[in-house]
Design a protein around this ligand. Structure first.
Ligand SMILES: [Mg+2]
Ligand SMILES: [Zn+2]
Length: 274
């Protein structure tokens, strides 16, 4: 029954304990340049400029890879993603980081293959060995959502995922996040879904201030032990609920069958005449 569960994770400060962009900047000594350019460029272009600087300093893609492999990711997250995947849950990441950072970190912890999809900013490694980040949304045709930053509307991503699943394959959704840009996807969840905001982070505050707008059930978490425990419990809870629903549906079907049974032989009625 866990096959009916779709878990969507934000990445920075949700799956991993840090912000991957800032981790690279800090550990590659680019904090000062970052602050100088911060107000002049949109986030994505700024990150791309930082990668150009890293390249100009003679650091390779391997150096960036090694830097990312130091990002902390809690052992309980490794354990719960492996278990959820083994139980048949569908796992995805929706993030405004980028494909290279996410893949490198998840591969390092041996859980990349637990995820069916990573929805994020694409990257290219140029021939000269320089990593380039491209925006998820083409800047010439931005999305129209005013809740989200210009580059990525995560709510739009959730809607696309929901509409790609047929009614008979309907899944219960669990969304895990921390940031302001995790509020829009939260609003797309249905009453049977769950949202897990990180306690006292922007998503949590936005939910508290707009409680009436959120249809999904809210389960906040404050550390990765707690996140893993709640996820386990929700997977069990939803699986049991779906099993009961399935059993009830089967019972109803057999009642209908029994009701039909007397006339179901299609044998002509014998008419007794004098
Ligand atoms: Mg985040
Ligand atoms: Zn949005």
């Amino acid at each position: 029954m866990a096959g009916k569960i779709l878990i969507i994770f934000d990445f920075d400060r949700t799956l991993i304990e840090e912000d991957s962009d800032r981790w690279v900047l800090t550990n590659m000594g680019l904090t000062n340049l970052f602050y100088q350019l911060q107000s002049t460029l949109p986030w994505n272009s700024l990150m791309d400029s930082m990668l150009e600087e890293i390249h100009l300093q003679g650091k390779t893609v391997n150096d960036i890879e090694e830097c990312l492999q130091q990002v902390p990711l809690h052992t309980r997250i490794v354990e719960v993603t492996k278990t959820a995947h083994a139980l048949g849950c569908d796992l995805k990441v929706v993030s405004d980081s980028n494909a290279f950072y996410i893949r490198t970190i998840l591969e390092h912890y041996g859980i990349y293959n637990c995820f069916s999809e990573i929805i994020t900013n694409p990257i290219v490694v140029e021939d000269r060995g320089r990593l380039r980040i491209f925006p998820y949304n083409d800047m010439d045709s931005p999305h129209s959502c005013d809740l989200c930053p210009p580059n990525l509307c995560k709510g739009g991503v959730i809607e696309r995922i929901q509409s790609s699943i047929s009614e008979s394959e309907r899944k219960r959704l669990i969304y895990v996040g921390d940031g302001r840009n995790d509020f829009c996807p939260t609003l797309k969840l249905d009453a049977g879904d769950f949202v897990m905001p990180r306690m006292n982070f922007p998503l949590f505050d936005r939910i508290l201030n707009n409680r009436a707008l959120v249809k999904a059930k809210v389960h906040e978490w404050s550390n990765w032990e707690e996140l893993a425990t709640i996820l386990h419990e929700l997977i069990n809870y939803i699986s049991n609920e779906e099993e009961v629903e399935c059993r009830t549906a089967n019972q109803l079907n057999s009642v209908e069958y029994n009701n039909e049974a007397p006339g179901s032989t299609n044998e002509p009625l014998t008419v007794v005449t004098d």
